[in-house]
Design a protein around this ligand. Structure first.
Ligand SMILES: C[S@@+](CC[C@H](N)C(=O)[O-])C[C@H]1O[C@@H](n2cnc3c(N)ncnc32)[C@H](O)[C@@H]1O
Length: 301
C-alpha cells in the first residue's frame, strides 16, 4: 500500500517532536487500507492547494504541531480550573477569528488533524459512510463555519451538477483558505457572523462542523439553522464535549446535552456517533478529562 504522505509526515514529526511522534505512530492505522487510501488522496490534494498558495507540507505540519501544543496547554488549564480559558465571543473573535496569523496556523493545523487524530478521522469516516443516505435530491446547501473547506469538497462530490452551495464564516482567513482548498468555483462565500445572516432561501442540507462550542448561545444558533432549513431539511452537526481549545467558549459536558439542545431547537437525531479521543481505552464518555466528539445527522421535526 502506498503511504508516501503518511510516512513523510511521521518522519517530519519524529524530527520535530519525538513525543508526539510516538503517539501518532500508534494512532495511525497503516493496516486500514481504506484509511490509508483516503489519507493519501487527501494529503495529495492538500499539498497541491498549499503550493497554489505558496506554501508546503512542512508549513502545514508546523501549524499542526502548534495546534497540538495549544491544545495541551488548554487541557492543562482545563484540568486545573474545570473551565475553558475564554468565555466570550468578543474575546475569541479578536484573539482568533480576526487575527490572520493565529487563524491561519489554527485552520491548517485543524485540517491536518482530521486525518491524524483518531477521533477526528472517525467522525470524518462516519460522515463519508453515511452522507449518501442524506444528500439524495439535495440542491441547496448551507455550510456554517466551513473553516478550511474539507467538508465542502466532500459534500460537493456527492451532489448533482445543479447544486447551490453557500458558506458563511466569520473569519476572512477561513474564507480565503476555503477558496484555495475547495475544488468547486460554484460556492457562494459569505463573510459574516451566522447570527446576522439572513436570506429568503431555504436549505435542504445544512452542515456545521465544530462551531456550536464557539458561540455564547448554541440553542439560538440551532434555532436559527432550523429557520433556514427547508421542510424536511437535514443537518450534519459536530461538536466536542470537554474539549478545551483557544477559541472554545461554550462547555458541553456530554453528548446528552447536545441531543437535548437539538431537540429543543426543533431537530431530531436520525443517526449519530460519539468518538472519544481515548477510544482505545475504556473511559466514560462524560469523563471531564477526556474530550469526545459528537456527530449527528438531524432531521427537521
Ligand atoms: C473550528 S473551525 C471548524 C472548521 C470545520 N468546519 C471543521 O469541522 O473542522 C470553526 C469555524 O467557525 C467559524 N465561526 C466561528 N464562529 C462563527 C460565527 N458566529 N459565525 C460564522 N462563523 C463562525 C470560524 O471562523 C471557523 O472558521
Amino acid at each position: 500500500m502506498n503511504a508516501h504522505y503518511l510516512n513523510t509526515i511521521l518522519e517530519y514529526i519524529k524530527a520535530k517532536n519525538p513525543m508526539h511522534f510516538k503517539k501518532l505512530k500508534k494512532n495511525i492505522a497503516f493496516d486500514n487500507e481504506q484509511y490509508v487510501t483516503r489519507a493519501e488522496a487527501f494529503f495529495g490534494s492538500y499539498v497541491e492547494s498549499l503550493e497554489r498558495d505558496g506554501k508546503d507540507l512542512p508549513f502545514a505540519l508546523d501549524c499542526y504541531l502548534k495546534v497540538c501544543n495549544d491544545v495541551m496547554f488548554e487541557q492543562m488549564r482545563f484540568a486545573e480550573t474545570g473551565a475553558y480559558t475564554s468565555t466570550s465571543f468578543d474575546e475569541v473573535n479578536q484573539r482568533v477569528y480576526n487575527n490572520p496569523e493565529v487563524m491561519s496556523y489554527y485552520m491548517h493545523g485543524l485540517l491536518v488533524s482530521q486525518y491524524l487524530w483518531e477521533h477526528h478521522y472517525r467522525i470524518l469516516e462516519f460522515f463519508f459512510n453515511n452522507m449518501g443516505r442524506f444528500t439524495e435530491q439535495i440542491r441547496h446547501v448551507l455550510e456554517v463555519g466551513g473553516g478550511h473547506g474539507l467538508y465542502t469538497n466532500e459534500v460537493i462530490a456527492h451532489l448533482n451538477a445543479d447544486y447551490h452551495y453557500t458558506m458563511v464564516d466569520i473569519s476572512e482567513t477561513s474564507i480565503e483558505m476555503s477558496k484555495t482548498f475547495v475544488k468547486s468555483d460554484k460556492v457562494d462565500y459569505i463573510l459574516q457572523d451566522v447570527y446576522q445572516y439572513s436570506t429568503e432561501k431555504k436549505f435542504d442540507f445544512i452542515i456545521m462542523g465544530e462551531v456550536l462550542e464557539h458561540v455564547e448561545d448554541p440553542l439560538g444558533l440551532m434555532k436559527k439553522l432550523h429557520s433556514l432549513g427547508a421542510e424536511n431539511a437535514t443537518a450534519f452537526i459536530t461538536a466536542p464535549c470537554n474539549s478545551p481549545a483557544i477559541d472554545h467558549i461554550y462547555l458541553f459536558r456530554n453528548p446528552e446535552e447536545l441531543k437535548a439542545l437539538y431537540n429543543e431547537a426543533g431537530w431530531e437525531v436520525a443517526l449519530d456517533l460519539i468518538a472519544s479521543s481515548e477510544s482505545k481505552k475504556d473511559v466514560a464518555i462524560d469523563d471531564p478529562l477526556v474530550p469526545v466528539m459528537y456527530a449527528a445527522f438531524l432531521k427537521k421535526k
